[in-house]
Write a protein that binds this ligand. Structure first.
Ligand SMILES: Nc1nc2c(ncn2[C@@H]2O[C@H](COP(=O)(O)OP(=O)(O)OP(=O)(O)O)[C@@H](O)[C@H]2O)c(=O)[nH]1
Ligand SMILES: [Zn+2]
Length: 187
């Protein structure tokens, strides 16, 4: 549960900590604004991937399905700064598929919380395997981390690429090659 009162108290303390005057006009509503924003940014913690992925329906073909370029925004758990980019999801059905929007909804469930990119990638793949039981799933995430660009090492434009393979994608390398051909990326 997101606790608005705690967030508002913390934001006031934080503003004092950086030497701000919390009573000045521009900051008066900021604690409340941030508490409301947290509902959106971290709302994935109160959502459940099984709700989206268990709405399957039957199909005749078990050909690979790819949903690519799913834009997401997440927050790095080390610095509480955004990391954002694209997720690509592939799966090989085992007689059933889900509505395409449910793949993007699953990305949102895990992106809208404090995260590590590797963990985000793995959690999406695990949810697909657990709740829709395909023959295999592959998730690739490409992102820019603001903790690498606006502070610290300051390398704007650097991208982190992570991948998680499950099921037949682990045992058959030709499926991964097909995935790369189909998304048109050479990482
Ligand atoms: N593996 C991984 N590392 C991440 C992710 N997001 C941020 N990091 C890294 O987490 C590390 C935290 O390093 P620390 O040395 O504890 O903290 P820091 O002194 O702020 O690190 P610098 O960023 O090097 O200044 C940094 O190297 C970040 O680049 C992520 O999603 N996955
Ligand atoms: Zn970070």
């Amino acid at each position: 549960m997101i606790d608005h009162d705690k967030i508002e108290q913390a934001v006031r303390l934080f503003l004092e900590g950086i030497g701000e005057d919390v009573t000045r006009e521009g900051l008066q509503d900021t604690p409340d604004r941030i508490a409301r924003m947290c509902e959106e940014l971290y709302g994935g913690m109160e959502d459940d991937a099984s709700v989206h992925l268990s709405k399957t329906f039957s199909v005749d073909s078990n050909e690979m399905v790819i949903e690519k370029d799913i834009t997401f925004y997440s927050t790095c758990e080390h610095h509480i700064l955004p990391f954002y980019g694209k997720a690509h999801i592939a799966y090989i059905p085992d007689g059933k598929v889900v509505g395409l929007s449910k793949l993007a909804r699953t990305v949102e469930v895990f992106a809208r919380r404090l995260q590590l990119q590797e963990q985000l990638t793995g959690q999406i793949a695990d949810a697909l395997m657990e709740y829709m039981q395909p023959k295999g799933a592959l998730v690739m995430v490409e992102a820019e981390h603001m903790c690498m660009t606006m502070r610290g090492i300051k390398k704007p434009g650097s991208r982190t690429v992570t991948m998680a393979k499950r099921g037949v994608f682990e045992s058959d390398p030709s499926l991964e090659e097909r995935f790369f051909r189909m998304i048109g990326t050479n990482v």
